[in-house]
Write a protein that binds this ligand. Structure first.
Ligand SMILES: Cc1cc2nc3c(=O)[nH]c(=O)nc-3n(C[C@H](O)[C@H](O)[C@H](O)COP(=O)(O)O)c2cc1C
Length: 277
């Protein structure tokens, strides 16, 4: 097993980057539940939004050019465990602007990695999908990065269908870089995947279920929505975000469909507390 240079983590089980889901309150809960490393969702370096990084996460950027990267890294470098570059996003918005899995110009990808590398001593990784340029991206990663994440679904697959485990294993066998695996990781398959890859990350299975990390890592953790609310207040998260997580947190509860509908209609935090208290 390989290790990402300079990355100090207590285990090899990470929270996958998820835009909208991975707010700081949720990330901190995952960390408390035993998650080795959390990630922010993808962030554009030119974004002016306030970013909270108390859990020293991996900070993932998405962009189509080098503008603002240097300043962004300088601003946040002390607060992160590593830097990550998104080359996997399949969303409509990514298509429209040409970032994520739609960024295929190897020259531009190299320019961006070069600027990231020049401005941080922290570990640098990139996250990619299965595509006809995966191995070209891998070559660039070997030049500039300390590791990669592979989510072996194609852009066309989006988030559905089977991830191509063989493809991920081929990537792993052909590189000296540590490899993080992403794609349908759950309580049942994580042990096998940890044998094949250096790290794994959990995405959708962790939505509304930070306790998944406590189950896997044998960490004492009591899930409560109150705890999320307390943190959400600390980080000033907007009501719509709290409501989204409240609906997510109903996963696994009896009558969750009905409960979600009720939460959906609620207009304030007190209403949510009443339903989830
Ligand atoms: C709601 C949602 C948001 C996501 N946002 C990001 C993102 O910002 N950056 C990224 O690299 N991947 C993102 N992903 C992809 C996940 O990191 C992960 O690679 C993918 O969901 C496959 O893992 P899973 O099957 O465990 O969910 C997102 C996935 C979901 C479901």
């Amino acid at each position: 097993m390989r290790r990402i240079r300079n990355l100090k983590v207590k285990n090899r089980i990470f929270l996958a980057p998820m835009e909208e889901i991975n707010d700081p309150a949720f990330r901190i809960m995952c960390k408390k539940a035993g998650c080795g490393l959390t990630f922010t969702g993808m962030i554009n370096p030119l974004s002016k939004k306030k970013i909270y990084l108390d859990d020293t996460p991996g900070l993932q950027i998405f962009t189509t050019n080098t503008s603002g990267i240097k300043e962004f890294i300088e601003k946040h470098d002390k607060e992160v465990s590593l830097w990550d570059f998104n080359l996997g996003c399949p969303a409509k918005n990514a298509k429209k602007h040409g970032f994520g899995s739609y960024l295929k110009d190897l020259k531009i990808i190299e320019e961006i990695l070069k600027v990231m590398r020049a401005n941080t001593k922290k570990p640098l990784i990139l996250k990619m999908r299965k595509s006809n340029i995966s191995f070209d991206i891998l070559k660039l990663a070997e030049k500039y990065c300390d590791g990669i994440t592979i989510h072996p679904r194609t852009q066309k697959q989006g988030y559905s269908g089977e991830p191509d485990l063989n493809f991920a294993e081929e990537i792993k066998s052909k590189t000296f870089l540590p490899v993080i695996y992403s794609g349908n990781v759950n309580e049942k398959n994580y042990k096998e995947l940890l044998k094949k890859f250096d790290y794994i990350m959990i995405g959708r299975e962790a939505i509304g279920r930070p306790e998944i990390f406590s189950k896997i890592t044998n960490t004492t953790f009591k899930k409560s929505f109150k705890q999320y609310l307390k943190l959400a207040n600390k980080y000033n998260l907007p009501f719509r975000q709290i409501k989204l997580q409240a609906m997510n947190f109903t996963k696994g509860i009896e009558n969750s469909t009905k409960l979600r509908l009720e939460i959906f209609k609620v207009k304030n935090i007190e209403g949510i507390e009443k339903l989830l208290g």
